[in-house]
Design a protein around this ligand. Structure first.
Ligand code: 5AD
Ligand code: SF4
Length: 492
């Protein structure tokens, strides 16, 4: 992996850090200047501890879940780095933070399991701070369980106050007892916070937070709150700064990017935002996720079809092929309208790659419903699909529905579906065999000697002979051989 070891902070934030250096002055009430003050304070505390111990302090942030969490973790790492921590790849660090996910139950189970093993680490290093944040912490019973059964956890915060991490870090460094700060709602968006990017040449960019859809199986609207869009000018400014720092590809992130801009003072559509981003010179590729089928506009199709930079790949979660279940899932589209949308997309962009999410075993799913899902999968021909076993999430409408499907039936359906999506995906994603395509080179291949790995605009992975100096560049590669979900190629 091409680790970018420098933290990226904007010019504005650098100025704030130096403006907020005087610890005799109280911190500002709010905003990024306040966070800058706390980063400076954390740096003092970390440096005192370093002198005490005679060594550097280390930190490790572990991410569970989606790309939003990945991006949040980059911001958390940026702050830890500015506070003076050295990054550690392993969890035997002085500050270990789990950024959690709760979309399915097994994500929670994994966190509890790993927390158990961390307690052994802590015995070796009593000064160690174990911290938890993210979606799982927005659930009251989780926080209660942490409070009572995992008393060695020293800091807990949620999704709504992540932008106040610097001050929570200071609180945990100063306090003997656990700091637990989870709020149900906080509408402020703090701009300009620093981030430590995993890749120097590509970056996620949040364009909105939260979700208003309340799909009946989904816990996200309860833990991430209501939908809120960032101001277009803030987004454009962030991307311009990223571009100046070497980023050529951005992934615009939101739970439902197609409804971007609704609550803004001067409303702007997602298609409009894309056109603004397209104008930023040094940005060569634009991706986005996730698209809700019900909000995908003709304008967006038009803008995508005419764009030179927007990648020809759309992640379009279908969840089920049964119109009956889609209604109960509260998805606001039918099998027919979804297929019609796919037709319109493919008419405008015949080479478009489509990927999706599918849930198997939603309450009341019959064999007929399931066969509708198998049918839509065959008709759409996805490049790939994420298949999930329905997970009952307390508090969602689906959790109290009757007719929960038995585990055995779900397993059988899941296996049949997986086989089919893999067979079709292999077929579909090999359609570019023999063609030459621009590939963004991402990293050195870990298994194949002298090979690099990159991605086409369609999000297909290609391995080809090359050197490290190609990392971050877009080069032409002939896709010689399709091998299932990836290609072997050569530079031309
Ligand atoms: N059970 C299984 N899968 C779920 N997803 C969301 N909630 C659940 C749940 N309760 C899946 C959906 C969504 C993806 C991010 O996670 O398919 O698109
Ligand atoms: Fe969950 Fe539906 Fe919102 Fe996606 S759109 S985050 S599935 S509620």
């Amino acid at each position: 992996m091409n680790k970018n070891t420098a933290v990226f902070e904007s010019e504005e934030f650098r100025e704030m850090l130096s403006a907020a250096r005087d610890m005799n002055e109280p911190p500002q009430q709010d905003g990024s200047l306040r966070q800058a003050w706390f980063i400076n304070r954390a740096r003092e505390l970390v440096s005192e501890k370093e002198q005490e111990l005679g060594r550097k302090l280390t930190s490790c942030v572990v991410t569970f879940g989606c790309q939003m969490n990945e991006r949040d973790s980059e911001k958390l790492r940026g702050i830890l780095k500015l506070a003076g921590y050295e990054e550690s790849e392993t969890e035997d660090a002085d500050f270990v933070l789990y950024n959690t996910c709760t979309v399915r139950e097994n994500a929670n189970v994994r966190v509890y399991g790993r927390l158990g093993s961390l307690s052994a680490q802590r015995r070796k290093n009593p000064g160690m701070i174990i911290a938890l944040c993210g979606c799982m912490m927005q659930e009251k019973d989780v926080v209660e369980r942490i409070r009572t059964d995992y008393r060695y956890v020293r800091l807990v915060f949620g999704t709504h106050n992540l932008h106040r991490f610097a001050e929570l870090l200071v609180a945990s460094l100063m306090s003997e007892s656990p700091v637990i700060d989870v709020v149900d709602k906080d509408d402020s968006i703090v701009e300009n916070l620093p981030a430590e990017r995993t890749y120097s040449f590509k970056s996620g960019v949040n364009i909105m937070f939260g979700c208003n859809n309340f799909c009946s199986y989904c816990i996200v609207p309860y833990v991430r709150g209501r939908e809120k869009s960032r101001e277009p000018k803030e987004i454009v400014r962030e991307i311009e700064q990223l571009a100046d720092d070497g980023v050529v590809e951005v992934m615009l992130l939101g739970q439902n990017v197609n409804s971007y801009g609704k609550g803004l003072e001067n409303p702007m559509s997602f298609a409009g935002l894309l056109q603004e981003i397209e104008k930023i010179d040094k940005i060569q590729r634009i991706r986005f996720m996730t698209s809700h089928p019900k909000d995908l506009s003709d304008d967006l199709i038009e803008v995508m079809a005419h764009s030179k930079k927007i990648c020809r790949h759309l992640h379009l979660p279908v969840q089920s092929g049964s119109s009956r279940l889609l209604k109960i899932m509260n998805r606001h589209y039918t099998k027919e309208s979804y297929l019609d949308l796919v037709d319109r997309l493919r008419k405008a962009m015949p080479d478009l790659s489509l990927t999706t999410d599918i849930i198997v075993g939603f309450p009341g799913e019959t064999e007929e419903d399931f066969l509708e899902t198998m049918d839509i999968v065959r008709r759409v021909e996805y490049d790939s699909a994420f298949t999930f076993i329905y997970s009952r999430r307390t508090g969602t409408p689906a959790a109290s529905m009757e007719d929960q499907v038995s585990e055995e039936v779900i397993r059988d359906r899941f296996d049949r579906l997986l086989k089919e999506v893999q067979r079709l995906g292999r077929q579909k994603s090999s359609r570019f065999e023999g063609q030459v395509m621009p590939v963004l080179v991402e990293e050195r291949n870990r298994q194949l000697v002298d090979h690099m790995t990159g991605r086409t605009a369609h999000n297909l992975v290609v391995h080809f002979p090359g050197d490290d100096d190609l990392i971050g560049r877009i080069v032409d590669v002939r896709l010689n051989e399709a091998r299932g979900f990836y290609y072997m190629g050569e530079r031309v």
